[in-house]
Write a protein that binds this ligand. Sequence first.
Ligand code: CU
Length: 315
Amino acid sequence: MNNSIAILLASAILLLLSVCAMGEKPSPTSIVTAGEAATAFASTTIPVPWSRRLALYRADLAKRIQRKNTATLRGTVTYAGAVLPTPRDLTLQMQKQGDKDHCLKGDTLSQEWIISRDKGVANVVVFLKAPGGNFFQVPDNKRYRTDTITMDQPFCAFKPGVVAFNPSYYDTALQKQVKTGQTLKVTNSAPINHNVAWSSSAIFNTGKNVLLRARDGTLLIDAKPCRDHDAGKEDVLKISCDIHRWMSARVVVLDHPYYAVTDKDGKYEIKDAPANTEVDVVYWHESMGDAINKAPRQKIKLKRGENTQDFAVGK
Ligand SMILES: [Cu+2]
């Protein structure tokens, strides 16, 4: 048997093994980069052990299968009304406050509505929701995260003013929420104190109130999307500052990674979403209030690859 037939046969066996294995339970061996996999298979001169080849091959195959079945959803959120809302001017409030010299150097307009020249609305959280009380089974490679979301207060406003947070996912085997590792922290880079409070109307998010001293202090927000044994629900947190009463921010907490927050032009992009599945796309702006379960939504069947959906908010 010549070498190429042997390799072909071995590959076929590996393919079968991989497909069977993936049908049962996702493998934890898939912490291998696509580059590594490509190198190992392109070269016959590197002596790679068969066990390693198997791991690399499975990782590569898993990636290819996943890529084949995922969807990207992108679009623009625009302001619906003919007349744009006028942002509240906070200058007078700031002038009455002891930190006015520093506050007035930053934004003096309310951050609730940030609208571009083309009517694109910033800070709209767009997320997928499994319809009918279902939830997303988050794939292995999306369960564990190491990223940190930072909300700073360089002047007298939270930057950014709206974020989305994915602190946990629902584990179907354990039947409970399990932490992803993603963290959300509020920092204070300003030369003045801020006193940050976070709260929620949900009983499982107890909130906290912490003094963040000038150029110091970090508050880690340990919030949950829902009760430990629930799945597929989300919560909205309110963040405020007791010293500068006009300061406010919002956090949407989710138990899956299929979300985005619109940028300054109102654009969003949700990558690696499940394809060929009917989902609700929910879009939420802080003007809609904290009852996020009542936020508008639209049913959409995401097809493999690119999908586009625009939304409008406001009056
Ligand atoms: Cu403050």
